[in-house]
Design a protein around this ligand. Structure first.
Ligand code: FES
Length: 316
């Protein structure tokens, strides 16, 4: 067993829509699931033949209930990754290795009010937020943007939670966002999760309206496009040369070569996969490095970024 992992048994698989399934896990050895908090995610290690997918999913249940862990997974069309594997090959009774829950998107406990804006499957961390808020009696407001054909799915997921104000928008516009951002009392914290375009619009509009950055929170998981020009990654410490083809991400290629590399979110957000670049020019696709760090080309986030040069030498 890998360090800091737990074996989880799939207790239930619940289809929610043609592309969404909920998975419920319990410890394979019995007992309680590891502690987590609202906004935490679970990293699954999915063995698919010779491939090992390491995918992170937000936990959706109230963290105070340690009888189980639950996630929702969207099957992306043409995906060859972990989400397709979960949808097609994982069923009740299967045992899966997982990392311990980690939280990169926690609730700000000093906030006087919580405003959440989500898009599509980006609502998942907020299911855990509002489950906790409802249990504590903390007021909340959620604006959820989704496709019309998924309105009922998300409405049903959000229905059990009291004490808040829920707004589901399905008209394909962000109308209503401006009013939501303007009508918040001082001390409100804003959280957003969903497609990059939605999060960019939410954060941009909030900053334009004068929200302090310290009250803005966002989470992005696995939204980056893996593909691009092929290149060779040279791992300086071992001398291994890894061919990164047009369809594969750099981190995936490194792992496929049997080299352990640090990572957590695999979406360019957490900073865990940062590696120093010894030679070559990275093509930055992350949300972690600031403008100065990007311009220096001294570092690369291997989970989402690639190379502008045919060879990229990494301090790995
Ligand atoms: S693993 Fe989180 S930024 Fe790369």
């Amino acid at each position: 067993m890998m360090a800091q992992t737990i074996a989880l048994r799939v207790a239930a698989v619940t289809p929610l829509s043609p592309t969404l399934k909920a998975f419920t896990f319990v410890p394979a050895a019995g007992g309680l699931v590891p502690p987590s908090g609202p906004g935490a995610h679970l990293r699954l290690f999915l063995r698919d033949g010779a491939k090992l997918h390491k995918n992170a999913y937000s936990l959706i249940a109230n963290p105070a209930d340690r009888s189980h862990l639950s996630i929702i997974v969207r099957r992306v069309a043409a995906s060859k990754g972990g989400s397709a594997f979960l949808h097609e090959q994982v069923g009740e009774g299967d045992v899966i290795e997982a990392g311990l829950p980690a939280n990169l998107f926690p609730v700000t406990r000093t906030a006087r009010r919580h405003l959440m804006v989500s898009g599509g499957i980006g609502v998942t961390p907020f299911l855990a937020y509002i489950a906790a808020f409802a249990a504590e009696g903390t007021p909340w407001q959620l604006h959820h943007f989704c496709r019309p054909d998924e309105r009922e799915v998300f409405a049903a997921l959000l229905a059990p939670y009291a004490g808040g104000s829920l707004h589901i928008h399905c008209d394909g516009t962000l109308d209503g966002l401006d009013a939501a951002l303007r009508r918040q009392p001082l001390g409100t914290h804003l959280y957003t999760c969903g497609p990059e375009s939605l999060m960019g619009a939410v954060l941009g509009q909030a900053q334009a309206l004068g929200w302090p950055k310290v009250r803005l929170h966002s989470e992005s998981f696995g939204g980056a496009v893996a593909g691009g020009e092929p290149f060779i990654a040279v791992l300086k410490r071992s001398g291994i040369e890894v061919a990164v083809d047009a369809e594969t991400g750099l981190l995936d290629a490194i792992e496929a070569a049997g080299v352990e590399a640090p990572c957590l979110c695999r979406g360019g957000a957490c900073g865990q996969c940062l590696i120093e670049v010894a030679d070559g020019v990275p093509e930055h696709r992350d949300h972690f490095l600031d403008a100065e760090e990007r311009a220096s080309n001294r570092f690369i986030m291997t989970c989402v970024s690639r190379s502008r040069t045919p060879r990229l030498v990494l301090d790995l």
